[in-house]
Write a protein that binds this ligand. Structure first.
Ligand code: NAD
Ligand code: TDX
Length: 331
């Protein structure tokens, strides 16, 4: 199989490439990545001899056409992915997430290729803390931020290309990922690297907001299950029953790193901050027989802390610029 992975130098995409090289030696992997601030060649260094990395934009129609023509399957991870950035400057989100997805869809339509679209649970908006409901594939779209609205737009393009043009596509909407190679702008790596630097973790608002955490390896094993056995045109929600509020996550990071549980600061809240996400992954489990391997968040988090401790050379170059952006926002 010839596989094209967009965004393969980012957090989830690079972990997907590592997992693929490890578990599926017969797959030929090409990565298309623009190497924005969020993409790093170093994230593919351990597999560099097994992967072709093409530096380029998913909205570059001529380049995308050529790469898709040479692939059997396309898995599309590339995106602008950070909510806080989308509030400061939404334009790159529209360009990459919407125009980039359109460009790929047109290429897979022309060349009749299998396409898998990576998306987020944030397209469904948020849930109340006391609501027993979880997101299901039938939950209406109701995105809150420029980030989540552009991801929602890209999902709807995929659905339309399936119905109107018969494109062979599947979609997955996953909850919050954690694990190695995540950019230090995101919640968990930001707090781990702050503690390493002797800086107190920063909690937005009250910290009651709930996220449904899943280890990146479990997200990626689910993506492979869908590429292998998913029904064309179907949407699969990916989650591993990992709901936890941000305050509890910060306290656990502090405990695992040998600090007092209250050694964090409350900072300005994120405008429009979604309260709670929760995934019902029944379809994925029942139809495709998928199960997560990481059962305890505590163990997965401890391993992630170890990874950031051991890989300072990977994250250090991102840290100052990231914190300078947050300082301007009072966060
Ligand atoms: P990331 O920001 O770490 O990586 C994104 C990658 O895409 C980077 O390597 C970047 O260089 C590349 N990229 C950006 N614009 C590009 C362009 N125009 N052309 C080519 N490459 C470009 O993001 P991530 O957290 O790994 O997220 C990957 C995907 O998973 C995204 O589609 C995101 O919406 C989705 N997702 C993320 C999470 C999460 O918790 N991080 C959860 C659910 C879904
Ligand atoms: O310093 C922080 N303090 C804090 O309290 C940061 C960076 C975040 N937070 C809060 C905001 C959220 O409630 O932590 C939670 C997680 O924040 P992020 O890591 O920014 O993730 P989130 O906004 O939930 O979105 C993530 O999950 C869904 C990914 O970034 C998206 O790409 C994915 O679609």
């Amino acid at each position: 199989m010839r596989l094209l992975v967009t965004g393969g130098a980012g957090f989830i995409g690079s972990n997907f490439v590592h997992q693929t090289v490890r578990e599926r030696p017969e797959v030929e992997v090409t990565v298309l990545d623009a190497l924005t601030y969020a993409g790093d060649r170093a994230s593919l260094a351990p597999v560099a001899d097994r992967v072709r990395l093409v530096e380029g934009d998913v909205a570059d129609a001529e380049l995308v056409d050529r790469l898709v023509a040479d692939a059997d399957v396309v898995v599309h991870f590339a995106a602008e992915s950070h909510n806080d950035n989308s509030l400061s400057n939404p334009w790159p989100f529209v360009q990459t997430n919407v125009v980039g997805t359109y460009t790929l869809l047109e290429a897979v339509r022309r060349h009749e290729r299998r396409y898998h679209h990576i998306s987020t649970d944030e397209v469904y908006g948020d849930l109340e803390l006391d609501d027993p409901a979880k997101f299901t594939p039938e939950t209406p779209y109701n995105p809150s931020s420029p980030y989540s609205s552009t991801k929602a737009a890209s999902d709807l393009l995929v659905r339309a290309w399936v119905r109107s043009f018969g494109v062979q596509a599947t979609i997955s909407n996953c909850s919050n990922n954690y694990g190695p190679y995540q950019h230090v702008e995101k919640f968990i790596p930001r707090q781990i690297t702050n503690v390493i630097d002797g800086v107190r973790p920063k909690l937005y608002g009250t910290g009651e907001n709930v996220r449904d955490w899943i280890h990146v390896e479990d997200h990626n094993s689910a993506v492979w299950a869908i590429v292998d056995r998913g029904r064309i045109g179907e949407t699969y929600l990916i989650g591993a029953d990992g709901e936890m509020n941000n305050k509890d996550v910060v306290e656990l990071i502090l405990e695992l790193m040998g600090q007092p549980a209250d050694a964090y600061d409350h900072v300005n809240d994120r405008p429009g901050h979604d309260m709670r996400y929760a995934i019902d992954a029944t379809r994925l489990r029942d139809e495709l027989g998928w199960e997560p391997r990481y059962r305890g968040f505590r163990d997965g988090l401890a391993a992630t802390i170890d990874w950031y401790r051991a890989n300072e050379a990977w994250w250090r170059p991102q840290k100052d610029a990231t914190e300078a952006k947050y300082a301007q926002l009072g966060r």
